[in-house]
Design a binder for this molecule. Structure first.
Ligand code: SF4
Length: 353
């Protein structure tokens, strides 16, 4: 091996083949894997069942670092947000959103985003680069460090779920996302089950078919509109992959994996928040036979954005209408509003300083 390799983000078979190059037997892979992904060690010298000679070899050939925590903020509602910096100085945000007895870590997959959704602050920033598989996984590892959740049983973990929906469109970074999910779900390491991982996408249809085949994680769609024309106004991707086709693919995904499809729906004042829009949504779900759950999200406006948040009354009436049709439609308040937890905002605030 010529130069030091990032160890986090290597699949087991890749790690095995590097160890083979170093003259090590394949059973070392499992030992190292457990130190890294089960015990969360960041120092090869703490891997006490490996010989001193091997620890030294590992140190000379691999990097085992975490991204640097630039800021860490906790909201009054206990939402926690980290601004993380990678080796090249690029920064992303990772958010932990607690529920009563568990919670989800919301992970970014790209720096910036190329999808250009008009309501999204991240979308107003250009795509800088994709994150590597190691950078995607290490966001969750930082959260586990902070909550001291290495080497504890699944049901006792607060960080029980992962949502791939921070900055970026996960399906535009397909290979790294697939690799990251394979490592996150490995039972000898981090061990988060597939049904606790949700991938949220703006709707890149061919890749939804691929995750259907390759991963089978839970699917969430950034919907934000109740008809095709309206969706095209705020999400450019809809022109390439129109809503009817997207819903057909959602139907097929659900046929293959059961459960329900989550639809994220940002409540935008006078744009998509009328009762007629709720009725339209319900009709669409009936037409495509989708067992849908709607997350109605209160909009957190950002400077320069064209949209305003819907009133509480409207959001509640919208939710009630969907429930009348038999769909779960919980209202998600903008969590961590006091620390600017809406998509992309913390990074931008820091950059202005
Ligand atoms: S909503 Fe998601 S896909 Fe759309 S611009 Fe924002 S980060 Fe990208």
């Amino acid at each position: 091996m010529n130069e030091k390799k990032e160890l986090i983000g290597l699949l087991k078979e890749e790690l095995s083949s590097y160890l083979k190059e170093l003259g090590e037997p394949s059973f070392r892979t499992k030992q190292i894997w457990q130190w890294v992904y089960f015990y969360g060690k960041t120092d090869f010298h703490e891997m006490t069942n490996l010989s001193k000679n091997l620890r030294l070899k590992l140190e000379q050939n691999f990097i085992l670092s975490r991204p640097k925590i630039i800021t860490s903020q906790q909201s009054v509602d206990k939402t926690k947000k980290w601004l993380l910096e990678f080796n090249d100085g690029q920064r992303i945000e990772t958010v932990y959103i607690p529920e009563t007895d568990r919670g989800a870590v919301c992970i970014s997959t790209q720096i910036g985003c190329a999808m250009g959704c008009r309501f999204c602050h991240t979308g107003s920033q250009k795509l800088t680069r994709d994150l590597t598989a190691g950078e995607i996984i290490s966001q969750f590892m930082v959260a586990r460090d902070e909550y001291k959740e290495w080497n504890i049983e699944g049901e006792k973990r607060k960080l029980s779920n992962i949502v791939l929906m921070g900055m970026g469109e996960p399906l535009q970074n397909y290979d790294n996302v697939v690799k990251a999910v394979k490592i996150l779900t490995d039972g000898e390491g981090i061990g988060i089950s597939k049904r606790r991982i949700t991938l949220s996408t703006s709707g890149i249809i061919p890749y939804i078919r691929d995750i259907d085949r390759d991963l089978g994680v839970k699917l969430a769609i950034s919907l934000h509109a109740s008809n095709n024309e309206q969706r095209s106004q705020i999400m450019p991707i809809n022109k390439k992959y129109p809503l009817p086709e997207l819903l057909q693919v959602c139907h097929e995904y659900q046929e293959n994996h059961g459960g329900y499809i989550t639809f994220e729906y940002l409540m935008l004042k006078d744009f998509n928040d009328k009762i007629s829009h709720a009725e339209e949504l319900a009709m669409l779900m009936k037409k495509y036979q989708i067992n849908a759950k709607f997350n109605l999200i209160a909009f957190n406006p950002w400077p320069g954005c064209d949209y305003k948040p819907s009133s509480n009354n409207r959001i509640h009436a919208f939710s009630q209408k969907l429930q009348d049709y038999g769909y779960a439609a919980p209202i998600r308040t903008a969590r961590g509003q006091d620390i600017l937890a809406a998509c992309g905002q913390l990074k931008s605030e820091k950059e202005k300083i």
